[in-house]
Each structure stands twice: as C-alpha cells, then as structure tokens.
Design a protein around this ligand. Structure first.
Ligand code: ZN
Length: 185
C-alpha cells in the first residue's frame, strides 16, 4: 500500500481517501462529481487514481487481491471484537437477564414482535454497509476522531444477526412446546 505521504506527493493534499475497484476510467464521487482515474508516475512508483475537483476526496485504484491468510486474520479480528462487545453488554447487568429484554420492551411499544424490532435495527446497519460498498467511501477502522468506523458497523451487524438467531431459537422452542402440549389432547 502506498503511504499517505507519497500519495500526497502524487496527488496533492486530500481530505478523504476512497478506493476504486475494477477497470473503470472514471468514478462517481460521493459528492456527485465524476473523477477521472488516470495513471500517474512518480519515479519508479506508479499509482492509478484521481482527486475529486469538488470535495478533494482522493480516489485510488486498489488492485492487490487478498490472500487467504490475510482474510482469516480479518475474520478473526471482526469475530473476536463482536464477541467482546456482546460480552460487555451482558455484563452490564448484575443478574443474568433475558438477552432479548430490550427488544421485547420495544416490541410491546410498537405492537409488534421482538424479531421485527431486531430486523428493523439490522436494516439501519445494512443501509450504512450498502452505501459503503456502493460509494467506496468508508473508514476501515473501529473508531477514529470522526467516530465509529466500518469494522465496528460489521461487528454490530453480526451481533444483531446473533440476537435474531436467539429470537428464532426461543420462538421455535415455545412453538414446539405448544405443539407438544396440543398433541396431548
Ligand atoms: Zn467529491
């Protein structure tokens, strides 16, 4: 990966960095501006990218593909962190409580079921992920001075899916009990 300092030498200073994939010759900046993607040489180094004339976001083409080992590392980091977040939430309570208690309370207020509340929360995270994938405009970190990064968002999404699994498990159990009860008569 090219260092920011080097990129600044090539492209001048920029506010934000965004990655371009594929072989397109232009890219649509999040601000709406079209940016030309060109080959730029600096000594032996060669970079492909362009700076948005409107918002100064630097768009750079990334070609390197990810190796299996690297991918495994990323997965490990994300899963490890999402489990930590879940554990921290659990230990906020002094006594073991129903993991779905918050969703049940909100479901009552909204006159729906907890599963739908969880899915509704999930769509908020999905919306952010869709925008990140679509625009390539994201901060690949847990947290920085601007706030929550995309890693955090993915870990939260995983946890909401886990909670949804918990909801379906519980619902299915009581459904089974209900069926067993009915079959006695
Ligand atoms: Zn722009």
């Amino acid at each position: 990966m090219l260092k920011r300092k080097m990129l600044e030498e090539i492209f001048g200073s920029f506010d934000q960095l965004s990655y371009v994939t594929g072989d397109k010759l232009t890219t649509d900046c999040e601000c709406g501006q079209k940016v030309n993607i060109e080959k730029v040489a600096l000594g032996k180094m060669e970079a492909v990218g362009g700076v948005c004339g409107n918002c100064e976001t630097l768009h750079i083409r990334r070609k390197k593909s990810m190796k299996n080992e690297h991918f495994a590392e990323v997965c490990k980091e994300i899963i490890h962190e999402s489990m930590k977040i879940m554990d921290n939430k659990k230990s906020e309570y002094a006594v073991p409580v129903d993991c779905l208690i918050n969703f049940k309370r909100r479901a009552k207020l909204l006159e729906t079921n907890p599963g739908e509340v969880i899915v509704s929360d999930l769509t908020k995270h999905m919306d952010v992920l869709i925008q990140a994938a679509k625009t390539g405009n994201y901060r690949w970190c847990w947290e920085d001075e601007k706030g929550e990064g995309l890693k955090q968002r993915i870990a939260d999404t995983i946890n909401y899916l886990q909670l949804l699994a918990g909801y379906f498990e519980e619902t299915n159990e009581s459904r089974k009990e209900h069926q067993d009860h009915n079959s006695l008569f």
